[in-house]
Design a protein around this ligand. Structure first.
Ligand SMILES: Cc1cc2nc3c(=O)[nH]c(=O)nc-3n(C[C@H](O)[C@H](O)[C@H](O)COP(=O)(O)O)c2cc1C
Length: 219
């Protein structure tokens, strides 16, 4: 039997799922628990220093009859450095980290000062991109060089905005050419699962790797 949840259940009231509305999260994220890819977006700030921003509300898609590959950053905070730098520079790199570098990439959130080289301050290394004026993170096994295409508010007047970036080129570490999934591969962000009938524990989210492949289609 299925149960439907359209209003916040009583059991979630007062939990993190309720409180995190103040940071822009709907309680439905903690009930639906849909994973999204986790990555670090790097740009240059107007003072020439590298900016780094963890992102996970996102999707990747082809468009224009397969001529282009695009990243849709589904919800970028307009008050953050990423938004400002993207508007100024129109170029960025999307860096995918393996689990080994998750902690270092997360450290960029603490090292968020405008005057900081956020990549170096987090123990990571800047590499030069080949097509765009944006820093790449050497330790990340895959880097997508991107250019800004458009932005749109999901709801008019929102403080977050959806941004479309075109992927111009893909850098892949040789050790990951065969496989970019599994324990050494891409990370996914998963919101903390809450049982809407009976909340035992509460939390924000966690990073996960792909654990099992099913029904592999080969052509
Ligand atoms: C796992 C994780 C995922 C995040 N996803 C997003 C996101 O999708 N959109 C967003 O605006 N901020 C997201 N954030 C928050 C930003 O990474 C954080 O506010 C950052 O310090 C902003 O950097 P900036 O000032 O360079 O933009 C996320 C943070 C974490 C830890």
């Amino acid at each position: 039997m299925k149960r439907i949840y359209s209003e916040m259940p009583e059991s979630l009231k007062g939990t993190y799922a309720d409180y995190s509305r103040n940071f822009g999260f709907s309680w439905k994220e903690f009930v639906a628990t849909v994973p999204s890819p986790l990555f670090l977006v790097t740009t240059y700030k107007s003072n020439g220093l590298p900016n780094a921003c963890m992102q996970s509300w996102a999707a990747f898609t082809s468009a224009d009859h397969g001529k282009g590959f695009y990243a849709i950053l589904a919800s970028v905070n307009k008050r953050g450095h990423l938004y400002q730098t993207l508007r100024e520079q129109q170029e960025a790199v999307i860096n995918f980290m393996s689990a080994d570098y998750h902690a270092a990439c997360m450290a960029t959130i603490r090292n968020n000062a405008f005057e900081a080289d956020e990549i170096k301050a987090s123990g990571l290394t800047v590499e030069k991109a080949s097509r765009v004026n944006a820093p790449m993170v050497k330790e990340c096994f895959m880097n997508l060089e991107c250019r800004y295409v458009w932005e749109k508010e999901i709801v008019p007047g929102d403080d977050h905005v959806m941004i479309c970036l075109e992927v111009l080129g893909v850098h892949i570490d040789e050790d990951h050419l065969e496989d970019r999934t599994g324990e050494e591969g891409l990370l996914y962000n998963i919101h903390y699962q809450m049982n809407p009938e009976h909340v035992m524990k509460t939390g924000h989210d966690y990073a996960a790797v792909l654990q099992k492949k099913i029904d592999v289609m080969e052509y």
